[in-house]
Structures are given as C-alpha cells and as structure tokens.
Design a protein around this ligand. Structure first.
Ligand code: KG4
Ligand code: ZN
Length: 351
C-alpha cells in the first residue's frame, strides 16, 4: 500500500489531501481539505503577496486536518507530492518549503508536481473512463491548452490561447458586468437567465482563416471577444436589462470555440475520450455542450466534480503518485517556478 500526501499552494487555495493506492485497484482519495482565500475578492483579483502570507498561516492546520480526516498518521506516509510550478512564486514557495520540511522530518521523499499535470489527472479520481488515451482541454484562470495524451506522462500540446486564458476571460467579463471575483460561476448563472441570440458575438478563431495542418489551427484567443463584450456593455442603454443576455452571448461564443476546437482535435487524433480539466470545467454548460458535440464523433466526455476541477491537492497527490511509482524523486534543492513546461510535454513553445 502507498500513501501519498499532496500539497497545493500555487494560487489562492491552500489545500492538502491524502491518497491511498493498494496493491490492486485504483487510487482512492482518503481526504481533501481546501481553504479558499476569500480576502482577494475585495481587490478584484489575487494579490500575490497576500496569497503567500495566507498560505504560510494556513498550511499547517490545513495539512493537519487532511491527515486527521484520512485517519492517518504522518509516520505512515510514503511520500509528499507538492506543486512546484507554475503559479505565483511566493505562494508556491510556501507549499514547497513546507513539503520539503515535512519530507525531511519524516525521512520520506518529496515528489515535484506540475500544477497543470495535476488538472489532467483530476477527472480520473472520480471517473474510471478518464484514462489515456484521450484528448484534454485544460481551462483554468491562467491556462488554456489542448493536449493529446496517448498515455500518462506523454503529452502533446496541440493548441493554446494566444492571449487570455478562458477563466481569465470569464473573470474579466464578470468584472465588466459588475459581478464578484472570481466571476466564472456568476457569469454562468447570469447567462442561464439570458436570452440566446439577443447579443451575438463571433466565436473566436473559427471562421476558417486557420486551415487544418497550419500552425494556429488548434489555438484559441479570447481578447477580441472580451473587447466585443466591453463594446456591447458601453453601447447598451440599459445594462441592468441587457447584462444576462450579454453574459449569454459571451458564454455561447466562448464555449462554441472551445468545444469545436477540442472535438476537432479529438477526431483528428482518433481519440474516443475527451477529458476536461481546470476551474472552467466546473461550467455545466461547457460540459453539456462538449458532450453533445462529442456524440457526433462517437466520443465520451469526462470531467471532475467542481471541488476537483478547481485548484486542489487531491489532483496533485494523484499526479505525484504517478511520478512516485515511476521512481521519480526530488531532493531538498527543489525550487518553485512561476512558469515551466509540463514534464513530458512536446511542442512546448512558450509555456
Ligand atoms: O483551475 P482554477 O481553480 O485555478 C487556476 O489554476 O487558475 O481555475 C479558476 C478559474 C477562474 O477563472 C474561475 O472564474 C473559473 O475557473 N471558473 C469558472 C466556473 N467556475 C470556476 N468559469 C466558468 N464557469 C464556471 N462555473
Ligand atoms: Zn489550477
């Protein structure tokens, strides 16, 4: 039996989790604690210095609770898996320092985990179908990536955003519409009350300019859509009346681009499974649109529940288990990095 303790502090969630892997069977999540730093809401975005300090004060009680909830003892752990990249450097350092100190004091190894590889593993904790080979769409506050995964540890980056991440676009549009931060789920709620077609925005990068086999075919871009929303808000004579319809138009356009690009890529690579990961995968409208479109190529869509889609340590423990089982170990010189390619990622230009 292997017990892995996961730690995640890359942004504004302080999280710890315990995963157990028996000789046979799938890894089981024994506990997960997530403390979201709501202090950032008053600033309308994450303040890096505040995030780092808040992790320092929360990490010990969060870790203790995760262990207690798993009915485990520190002495029973086999390894510590910690997010070391990418993210806010001060925030990452809080988790990396704690993880290394814990591993050193227990005499067990520390395993470095890339946050986005964690998002790739999240759905597999709940859904037995979320196993490679699959096409993955990772959509979070900082990243939007289309990744082909023939097997765990082997990833090919097919496309990415050229500007804003999908979550960032949701958050910026939320701000324009006077909604709280982080705004993705509020935009989704508002859009559900909106009328389709009253505000039509062009789904980005789908107009045929980018031809199959040309560079950029799988890329997305959301800054133009965001500007179109800004212009619609400015032109509106009654924003109160129009905001739900604007939210609906924005979400419809963004989802159409994401879904179309993902299903096309899956079709091109002959993948019959599509995995959605990252905070934006909490969006039920996105998941349902992906399911509907994927049916046309006979593919299934797999995503995690909201607590495993947004930042959490369970996915870090799961990805850590994979690397631990491959014999990978970090040492106490392990550092944190604001940007770093996912290990095993090919075509990694600029990530
Ligand atoms: O993966 P995540 O928790 O953190 C990062 O690694 O960035 O993703 C956070 C992002 C935020 O931009 C948030 O607005 C977005 O996920 N999000 C959503 C929804 N729930 C969270 N976006 C759209 N619809 C949602 N229901
Ligand atoms: Zn994330």
């Amino acid at each position: 039996m292997t017990l892995i303790f996961g730690i995640e502090t890359s942004c504004d969630e302080t999280s710890a989790a315990v995963i157990e892997k028996k000789e046979s069977g799938k890894p089981a999540l024994l506990s997960l604690v997530i403390l979201s730093q709501d202090v950032h809401a008053v600033f309308g975005g994450v303040v890096p210095e505040i995030a780092a300090r808040a992790h320092l004060t929360s990490i010990v009680p969060v870790a203790d609770k995760a262990l207690a909830d798993a009915a485990a003892k520190f002495g029973e752990l086999d390894a510590i898996a910690v997010t070391h990249a990418p993210g806010l450097i001060g925030a990452l350092l809080a988790g990396v320092s704690y993880g290394k100190a814990l591993a050193f004091s227990l005499g067990i190894p520390v395993v470095a985990v890339h946050h986005m590889e964690g998002h790739l593993f999240a759905a597999s904790l709940e859904d037995a179908g979320a196993e490679p080979p699959f096409m993955a769409l990772l959509v979070s506050g900082g990243h939007t990536m289309l990744i082909d995964c023939p097997e765990w540890g082997s990833y090919e980056l097919l496309g990415a955003t050229r500007d804003d991440a999908a979550g960032e676009a949701f958050d910026k549009v939320a701000k324009l519409l006077g909604l709280p931060y982080p705004g993705g789920r509020y935009v989704e709620e508002l859009a559900a009350r909106g009328t389709a077609g009253r505000f039509r925005f062009k789904p980005p990068m789908l107009d045929g300019t980018w031809k199959e086999n040309q560079p950029g075919y799988h890329d997305v871009s959301f800054s133009g859509l965001k500007t179109a929303v800004l212009n619609a808000v400015r032109a509106s004579t009654d924003v109160e009346r129009d905001r739900a319809d604007i939210a609906r138009g924005f979400q419809d356009a963004l989802i159409e681009t994401l879904v179309e690009k993902t299903v096309r890529a899956a079709d091109e690579r002959g993948r019959s499974r599509i995995v959605l990961g990252g905070g934006v995968a909490c969006n039920r409208t996105l998941v349902e649109a992906a399911q509907k479109r994927a049916e046309r190529i006979g593919a299934t869509v797999h995503s995690a529940s909201p607590r495993l889609s947004t930042d959490n340590a369970a996915m870090i423990a799961r990805a850590g288990l994979f690397h631990f089982e491959r014999g990978e170990r970090a040492d106490l010189s392990l550092n944190a990095y604001a940007t770093l390619p996912i290990p095993g990622l090919r075509n990694a230009v600029g990530f």
